[in-house]
Design a protein around this ligand. Structure first.
Ligand SMILES: [Zn+2]
Ligand SMILES: [Zn+2]
Length: 271
């Protein structure tokens, strides 16, 4: 299936520590998938626990490689240059400066670190337990969306459920609706977008991020801006399950998505 009107707004390359994908391979895969656009959003997550610069890269080198490719492929696909910036409440000066340091098309704000832990690792769950681990994630997300304005869209709002321990209580994002409502309300108030990230399906979850309950809630609260991303770290993961997106969005009350060019929103109807 071709997705002629879709831009994959969340993708990684070898500029991210957790990807080995060459930029050109990602562009070729995006063209093969029939995308009209691809936005590179490599990780900028300064002061990462254990290894400070683990999720940082040379942004000048990134632009230097990507700009000529954007030009080379312009007849086939729109190549956009963004970043996924990790948000933490103790980086008040650093993060806005980082976002403004280069002419990114879009900045995704994501939470990858909570109270100095990466929830990907079992220590987080060992020390907090399931309920508090999930709750702290949403509390920190709320604090960050209230505190920061430098981002355009909030990345994978409920991805932490991927790492919820198999033993112990099995919780669902709807168990945290009051916190999630606060986050969604703040995004709407600030005119920020919410990301629909298909990596949930890729990881075998019954839903993408966010789950339908959150997406419906966002719609009910008046949310209109959505960005779409596969979070693909490999060529085969670009546009992952994008064929399911139109029906999923429609079921949750949406008929359009947004993408960002030069930090400006463009709304695109897909149904
Ligand atoms: Zn992320
Ligand atoms: Zn990502």
């Amino acid at each position: 299936m071709k997705f002629m009107k879709l831009t994959d707004n969340h993708t990684h390359t070898y500029y991210s520590t957790d990807s080995q994908a060459p930029v050109r391979a990602q562009i070729e895969a995006a063209i093969a998938a029939g995308l009209s656009g691809i936005t590179f959003t490599d990780h900028l997550d300064p002061e990462f626990p254990l290894d400070d610069s683990m999720f940082m890269f040379d942004i000048d080198a990134y632009f230097k490689e990507l700009l000529p490719l954007k030009e080379e492929y312009k007849e086939q696909i729109q190549v956009l240059i963004g970043a996924e910036i990790g948000m933490r409440p103790n980086q008040k000066e650093l993060l806005p400066k980082l976002a403004a340091s280069h002419p990114f098309d879009v900045v995704i704000g994501s939470i990858h670190v909570v109270d100095g832990y990466d929830p990907y690792y079992p220590e987080y769950w060992r020390d907090y337990g399931t309920k508090k681990g999930l709750e702290r994630f949403f509390e920190v997300t709320r604090e960050c969306v209230r505190m920061y304005d430098f981002f355009d869209t909030l990345g994978h709002i409920d991805y932490i459920f991927r790492y919820m321990p198999k033993e112990g209580p099995q919780m669902h994002p709807i168990d945290f609706i009051p916190l999630i409502d606060d986050i969604l309300t703040e995004l709407i108030r600030k005119g920020k977008a919410l990301e629909v990230n298909t990596a949930g399906w890729k990881y075998g979850m019954p839903y993408p991020h966010p789950c339908p309950e959150i997406l419906k809630r966002y719609c009910a609260l008046g949310g209109k801006r959505l960005t779409l991303g596969s979070d693909g770290h490999k060529p085969e993961h670009l546009a992952y399950d994008f064929s399911r997106i139109p029906a999923y969005l429609k079921n949750c009350g949406f008929t359009a998505y947004s993408r960002y060019v030069g930090r400006k929103e463009e709304e695109i109807t897909i149904l």
